[in-house]
Design a protein around this ligand. Structure first.
Ligand code: B3K
Ligand code: ZN
Length: 867
């Protein structure tokens, strides 16, 4: 029986959670793979949990062939576009459902689809329902067996989760393979891949002495580009044993790299599917940043095997349970293997820039959302990155040892089950004895808290007082806010740069202050001179800090702060003073000698890590600066940033030239010291290219480059400063790499961000490039997504950028709503701009709102923005 689906998307609420009506102990899947009509037979052992005789399954874009109960045809069911409800069922039964699907028509890349001729799946969050009717929710854990049948010549590799059980040949040149996953899992962790690949294999011996087979599958001819991924995987396995005591639990770990993928990668049990961007790298095609990205994402997916797979989420509102924790773990992995300070700086940038912007947007939500229309819309910076900051704060409050005791208890209690964020916090609290009752508010309260600090020094009594208050502004869906438990690290400095021991109430105090009330006073004793405070050291909480630093204090901290993150932060704050003034008053920037000298000191201090110096020289991006103002002055911010860069370039010219030239080029390697040297050289180049007398450096670097980091350094400088050589470099690059879309993405990205009024023309021309395809999410993100962040092109005052955006979003709405929904975010912030831009953007959103067949991904965001 067939019904029509309802028109208006409906929201789900966290408070409405109910346990599943049935338990599914095993699921046996049979796939007969054909490009346009694949047959899926799903046989499950089902038990009613509460005497229910009706089982409501979900499914999308399926054509139902047959329903059997205990092997017999069953007519007692109703099916709609989105469900299959079976009635009059016994308490325990075997259910067999056969459906037909069309992978070749699947442009949304959710469920089973074709990527360049290979079958692959993406099931998180709710893609499994595009494969078969099921209880497609994370708290239904079953043991899976999967049999795959396909043409042997075209699809020699047939892969699924777990261990290979058996295989054989069939008639008509087809073959089959059967897999069994011994670990019960939710449907979102199911994976299937079928195709022809090159394979890189290795082994890892676990701490208990078991040998695990490691296999990475890549497109034919790309195996030489998979070595860094393999090394990263082995490093991840070792690190998780050493730092978290967690060992791998299957005999095989497979990674498949595909070109058509909506996100970075997916942690399917034993069979990760990766966007090829996070697998493929060699010296000539990948930048150092790409190498580090591969290490982080390989680590992230591997770490999910415990935090996500062994303990999964009870419902999707708990997503941060696995994502926040796993981001924290991958950040720690990268920090332990590389530079902790540089890693921290980069994550602080993400929080202060795009995450704070998300908090201030109409889609603002707590790390554990309360209401969801389309779950894919909640794989956000808030759930991931702020979620990780929340775990980091627990780590700061407990310390490493108690934190690890909490992790251990969490696994003792919840291994093999679907848990909640509350379960995690309870384990942390019980293992440490630290009261986290108030802390839990971080899970339910949205928005960015502001911490305001006012200080005073009493020379007579030698006391220094910090009056610290906190407030969180109301957000789109949450008016009332409460005081949070905020770890707030502080250090005090004398004018000579030495550290003052913190003494509070007669006793030496740790540098960590705990903020729990709207306002609090901390009195430091035996302070022999008016100190300079280093506040929110290491960014111990994801908050905005308000304190009236003087230029002199910041110069002191840049030089003397005991940790690099604080030194970097002082430099950023110093720049922000100049930028804010220039934007507010429309004035030109003149830097004092003190400021210039502190940058000179950084550039000439050979004891410093060059990667840190490069970070210290990096200006906050336009998007971050936009967040400092109530009304965003697009052009004023661009002007201030360009002006500041030029002023620094002029003031530091000799030191920049010297640092640029002192680079010694040994043969290319990706060790951290080499990465650091290249990053410093490239930031120097970006400054020097602003000065007419150094505009030939970029071309010389490009011509002599034997690696992608330098090639991109040269091209970025040429693009940023619109150097005379820009066209020639872009052409040479495109001629060399036109055959490789992944490498061309860097070229597309440069077209997208070109800082000039003709950026849109360049983007439109690039869309005609043979390597471009609107079907490929990487291409779309690099060209069109980059353009959406272009203050010159996207925000062009004639509205041409917004019109183009509207057209692209409408097109993607019908082919790949998930990608469309990621791209739309800059448009949602329209209310923050000047009246002209505001009404132009709003108009595009209104056109989208009225689009027939608007996908629920876009519906949810457009509605929230226009409300
Ligand atoms: N868990 C996946 C993301 C799935 C996104 C679904 N729209 C990758 C990760 O976070 O590791
Ligand atoms: Zn993840």
């Amino acid at each position: 029986m067939q019904d029509t689906a309802s028109a208006q998307p409906v929201a789900k609420y966290r408070k409405d959670y109910t346990a599943p009506s049935h338990t599914i102990s095993t699921l046996d899947l049979l796939f007969k793979l054909h490009n346009t009509d694949t047959l899926v037979t799903a046989t499950s052992q089902v038990t009613s949990n509460n005497g229910a005789t009706e089982l409501a399954l979900v499914g999308e874009q399926l054509s139902l062939t047959e329903v059997l109960v205990d092997g017999k045809p069953w007519a007692d069911y109703v099916s709609t576009d989105e469900s299959l409800t079976i009635s009059n069922l016994p308490a325990t039964f075997e259910l067999t459902i056969t459906t037909q699907i069309n992978p070749s028509a699947n442009t949304a890349l959710e469920g089973l689809y074709l990527s360049d001729g290979a079958f692959c799946t993406q099931c998180e969050a709710e893609g499994f329902r595009r494969i078969t009717y099921f209880l497609d929710r994370p708290d239904v854990l079953a043991k899976y067996t999967t049999t795959i049948e396909a043409d042997k010549a075209e699809f020699p590799f047939l892969l699924s989760n777990g261990n290979k059980l058996a295989q054989g040949d069939l008639e008509n040149g087809r073959h089959w393979v059967k897999w069994e996953d011994p670990h019960p899992k939710p449907s979102y962790l199911f994976a299937l891949v079928a195709g022809d690949f090159d394979q890189l294999t290795d082994t890892f011996t676990t701490c208990s002495g078991r040998e695990v087979a490691l296999e990475i599958f890549v497109d034919k001819g790309n195996v030489d580009r998979a070595h860094h991924a393999m090394l990263s995987l082995k490093n991840s396995m070792k690190w998780d044993e050493e730092r978290f005591g967690l060992e791998y639990d299957l005999d095989i770990y497979m990674i498949v790299a595909v070109d058509f993928f909506n996100m970075g990668a997916m942690e399917n049990k034993g069979l990760n599917v990766f966007n090829s961007k996070f697998v493929l790298a060699d010296q000539s095609t990948a930048t150092d940043k790409d190498y580090l990205g591969i290490e982080a994402v390989i680590g992230h997916e591997y770490f999910h095997n415990w935090t996500g797979n062994r303990v999964t989420c009870r419902d999707w509102f708990q997503l941060s349970l696995k994502e926040g924790l796993t981001v924290f773990r991958d950040q720690e992995f990268s920090s332990d293997l590389g530079s902790r300070a540089v890693n921290r700086i980069n994550h602080v940038r993400i929080i202060r820039g795009p995450q704070f912007a998300e908090d201030a947007s109409p889609m603002s939500h707590p790390i554990r959302p309360e209401k969801v229309i389309e779950m894919n819309n909640f794989y956000t910076l808030t759930v991931y990155e702020k979620g990780s900051e929340v775990i980091r704060m627990i780590h700061t409050l407990l310390g490493e040892q108690a934190f690890q005791a909490g992790i251990k208890l969490y696994f003792e209690r919840h291994d093999g089950t679907a848990a909640t964020c509350d379960d995690f916090v309870a384990a942390m609290q019980d293992a440490s004895g630290v009261d986290l009752t108030q802390f839990k508010l971080w899970y339910s309260q949205s928005g960015t808290p502001t911490v305001t600090v006012v200080d005073s020094y009493d020379a007579q009594n030698k006391t220094y007082t910090l009056d610290i208050s906190q407030r969180t502004e109301p957000t789109a869906t949450q008016q009332e806010k409460h005081a949070l438990h905020i770890p707030f690290d502080v250090e005090l400095y004398r004018n000579d740069g030495s550290v003052i021991t913190p003494i509070i109430e007669g006793k030496e105090h740790s540098t960590l202050l705990q903020l729990t009330q709207d306002s609090q006073r901390f009195v430091f004793e035996q302070v022999d001179e008016a100190p300079t405070p280093s506040l929110l050291r290491e960014f111990t909480a994801p908050v905005k800090l308000e304190y009236s630093y003087t230029e002199q204090q910041l110069v002191l901290l840049m030089k003397c702060a005991t940790n690099e993150v604080s030194r970097w932060d002082a430099g950023q704050t110093l720049m922000s003073l100049y930028i804010k003034e220039a934007v507010s008053n429309g004035t030109d920037i003149t830097l004092s000698d003190d400021v210039l000298n502190s940058y000179k000191a950084l550039l000439t201090d050979t004891t410093l890590d060059s990667a840190f110096v490069a970070e210290a020289l990096t200006l906050p991006p336009h998007s971050e600066v936009s967040g400092w103002f109530d009304v965003i002055d697009v052009d004023g911010i661009s002007k201030a940033l360009t002006d500041l860069k030029l002023t620094l370039a002029k003031g530091l010219e000799a030191e920049l030239v010297n640092a640029y030239q002192s680079f010694t080029s040994e043969s290319y390697d990706i060790s951290h010291p080499s990465i650091a040297k290249r990053s410093l050289r490239n930031i120097c180049l970006s400054y020097l290219s602003c000065l007419p007398q150094h505009q030939d450096l970029a071309k010389a670097l490009f011509d002599g480059s034997d690696n992608m980091t330098d090639t991109m350094g040269a091209m970025s400088a040429a693009n940023q400063c619109d150097l005379a050589c820009r066209e020639a470099l872009m052409t040479a690059y495109s001629e060399r790499w036109a055959h490789d879309g992944l490498v061309m993405d860097k070229w597309f990205m440069l077209q997208g961000i070109k800082p000039s009024a003709d950026a849109l023309e360049g983007v439109k021309a690039a869309m005609e490039h043979s390597a471009f395809s609107m079907q490929n999410p990487n291409r779309v993100r690099n060209l069109i997504g980059a353009f959406f962040a272009n203050p010159y092109g996207f925000h062009a005052i004639d509205g041409s950028g917004y019109r183009f955006a509207g057209e692209m979003l409408a097109q993607l709405n019908s082919t790949n709503p998930q990608v469309a929904s990621r791209l739309i975010d800059p448009m949602l912030k329209f209310a923050r701009y000047d009246e002209t831009r505001k009404s132009l953007m709003r108009k595009e959103l209104e056109i989208l709102r009225d689009t027939p067949d608007l996908a629920k991904d876009l519906f949810e965001k457009v509605e929230a923005a226009l409300k």
